[in-house]
Design a protein around this ligand. Sequence first.
Ligand SMILES: [Zn+2]
Length: 217
Amino acid sequence: MRIILLGPPGAGKGTHASRIEKDFGVVQVSTGDMIRSAIKNKTDMGKKANEYVQAGKLVPDDIVIGIVKERLLQDDVKDSFMLDGFPRTLEQAKALENILEEWGMHLDAVLYFDVNSDEVVRRLSSRRVCENCQATYNLISMPPRQEGVCDHCGGKLIQRTDDRPEVIKQRLETYEEQTRPLVEFYESKGLLHRVVSMGSIEDVAERVKEFLAGLNA
Ligand SMILES: [Zn+2]
């Protein structure tokens, strides 16, 4: 199974990625991890990427694509993978398509975790972080034992600037704008599958499982 996960911040993509990994034995390949490990292992692309990272610059498309290519040649992802955070642009999507084609492979599906913005605002704006040890809480789904106080260290719980409703709305808009071309690209290939990411985590997980089981059949 070769799949891609897409979805705005707060759509629960991370949670479901871990579940898919466990349920279907698919290795999750995330862009951040890939770049870090390429740099650590000093691969050809890793060395190039490191120059940008050291300079505090964004790693350019062709290097990211090179890193993905290096990663996808490794044994653990030979037969199946789940990409997260890549592709991010239409250019990257087309490059991936070419790489897979070259290898005689194809994607099975692109899962888009669809969530309405009010719900994301509700989820993310209830997030709190310990000022001291960075432990995260959620006032709705994972509240601390004592209001405003970290269970682990007694530190003060604060709301990140990023998690304020007006900032969340802005982040969502930016995400949608950037991702729209990708969504349209995969839609036109008949690969896009929207997962309604509303309701409980269990409900959403069930929808994902049913769809992926169908792919495997
Ligand atoms: Zn703490």
